[in-house]
Design a protein around this ligand. Structure first.
Ligand SMILES: Cc1cc2nc3c(=O)[nH]c(=O)nc-3n(C[C@H](O)[C@H](O)[C@H](O)COP(=O)(O)OP(=O)(O)OC[C@H]3O[C@@H](n4cnc5c(N)ncnc54)[C@H](O)[C@@H]3O)c2cc1C
Ligand SMILES: *[C@@H]1O[C@H](CO)[C@@H](O)[C@H](O)[C@H]1NC(C)=O
Ligand SMILES: *[C@@H]1O[C@H](CO)[C@@H](O)[C@H](O)[C@H]1NC(C)=O
Length: 433
């Protein structure tokens, strides 16, 4: 559909997809853009986009994303982002003994070369160890190989969302917190607006759903089965003293595609974060309703941040394989953070089939944040039907998703709420108990 610049556009969700869409629509001259979010506090504490930091890398096995990430990195370096982006470099590792696990690293290397990234090949453990600053005790990295990509790093995720939200407001956009959409209002198979949990309604010419991992469970009628689903991913942090943090300050992001583990250098609060990037867990709170539903600090204030004990153990083992000294420290916090996965790991962006007033913008699949500066441009192009046909097809809501992405092929396990970690599980001697 072609929309006039004065028509009302409602964006549901103020995470990376939603806020970037608002920003780019306003930049294109749309005048009546409203973003609503269910959370009273923005950015929403349990949004995937709200975090201390996220990896920003161009190292992708798919050269489409490699190029797009390079474009995003150019934007991150502009002054409107202040110090949000830190170019620490990204150490990309794969196992040299397991060919299937080395494949992603190899093709991402080829793509990095093709886009002209500054890279250093690291053939063995000695070469890998040499890229860390002096004084950092690192593991042997035997059986690993990989490369250092200097043109990447990490972003202060919550700060990026805050800056873009401020920019949306400065451009005349409306951002409203504490408004939880429970239902789409429809007439003649066409979306006309939304109804909120408080009973109020909002009518708009176009509704954009950017509700992240809540999309499939909140809108079961839209039937996202096989298109996007919520998976819980485990992360933990360690609080360092300023002196300890200084030792690790200039380390690169370490991203091991073979082990499905990554860790970032300490942030300004001297917190070091590390996480698993695997098939994750799914959660079915309502018996008989098989749509995975996020379980977070807002829905479960008591233990919504807790991760499975098995994942605490895995995180500690993987951390030992990078920074052995840190593996002897207690974890300060954990978080089960919810991806919106699509089977092929391509995003889900475009008109909902046969509804000219409803656009879907989600399916981040664990790698959306780094595109914050530009992802809304893709959504705006989809809205204006200007998207390049190959991209339109790649992101289409009704595309054939049966071609599974090679990265995370094992099926997600169901979350065992009884097996969630408690405080003592975060201590370093947990393994021996
Ligand atoms: C642990 C973890 C680590 C990650 N690491 C990286 C990384 O290193 N690099 C990277 O590039 N990407 C990373 N990602 C992926 C990235 O965070 C996501 O792809 C991206 O943030 C998704 O943005 P979103 O806007 O779709 O979702 P969200 O940020 O979750 O935003 C959705 C918003 O919608 C709101 N909402 C939901 N339902 C409703 C409703 N009914 N009514 C109103 N509002 C609603 C929510 O409150 C929320 O604010 C990671 C994700 C996780 C979970
Ligand atoms: C913007 O859209 C809203 C929702 O449809 C409407 O109530 C409001 O009057 C519009 N504002 C302008 C300036 O047109
Ligand atoms: C990856 O590249 C390395 C070094 O060139 C090579 O030894 C290895 O066989 C490659 N692995 C795969 C899976 O292609």
């Amino acid at each position: 559909m072609v929309y006039g610049k004065d028509e009302a556009i409602l964006i549901v969700g103020s995470g990376c997809f939603g806020i970037s869409t608002a920003y780019h629509l306003l930049k294109r001259g749309f005048k009546n853009v409203t973003v609503v979010d269910r959370s009273d506090i923005l950015p929403a504490p349990d949004a995937a986009s709200t975090d201390i930091n996220k990896v920003v890398r161009s190292s992708y096995s798919d050269n489409f994303y490699a190029r797009l990430a390079q474009e995003a990195i150019q934007s991150w370096k502009t002054k409107e982002w202040g110090n949000t982006y830190q170019e620490s470099g990204v150490l990309v590792l794969g196992s040299s003994s397991d060919a299937s696990k080395g494949a992603y690293t190899n093709s991402s290397y080829e793509n990095d070369i093709a886009i002209g990234s500054r890279v250093n090949v690291l053939k063995d453990g000695d070469a890998i160890r040499s890229v860390f600053p002096k004084g950092v005790k690192v593991a042997s990295f035997q059986d690993s190989s990989g490369y250092l990509n200097f043109d990447g790093g990490w972003a202060n995720a919550a700060q990026g969302i805050r800056l873009m939200t401020a920019n949306v407001i400065a451009q005349g956009g409306n951002v409203i917190s504490g408004k939880s959409v429970v239902k789409l209002l429809r007439q003649n198979h066409k979306t006309t607006g939304v109804q909120f949990a408080d009973g109020t309604t909002f009518y708009a010419s176009l509704v954009v759903l950017a509700t992240g991992s809540w999309t499939a469970s909140t809108f079961p009628d839209l039937d996202f089965r096989g298109k996007c689903f919520a998976t819980g991913q485990s992360l933990a942090t360690i609080q360092l003293t300023p002196q300890e943090a200084d030792v690790y300050r200039n380390c690169p992001v370490v991203l091991d595609f073979g082990k499905q583990f990554y860790t970032l250098p300490p942030n300004e609060d001297n917190i070091i974060k590390f996480a698993l990037h695997d098939s994750g867990v799914i959660h079915f709170p309502i018996p008989g309703k098989a749509i995975s539903t996020p379980r977070t600090i807002l829905s479960h204030p008591q233990d919504g941040l807790s991760i499975p004990k098995t994942k605490v153990r895995a995180l500690r083992e993987h951390l030992r394989g990078v920074y052995p000294d840190l593996a002897e420290k207690p974890f300060a916090a954990t978080r089960l953070c919810w991806y919106t996965d699509s089977p092929d790991e391509d995003w889900v962006i475009g008109y909902y089939p046969s509804d000219p007033s409803l656009v879907i913008a989600t399916g981040g699949s664990g790698h959306g944040y780094k595109f914050l500066p530009i992802i809304g441009c893709i959504v705006a192009d989809a809205i204006e039907e200007k998207l390049d046909p190959s991209q339109a097809k790649r992101f289409a809501v009704d595309r054939d998703c049966t071609q599974l992405h090679s990265g995370r092929t094992s099926a997600p396990e169901e979350l065992d709420v009884e097996g969630l970690c408690s405080l003592e599980d975060l201590l370093p001697d947990f393994n021996s108990s």
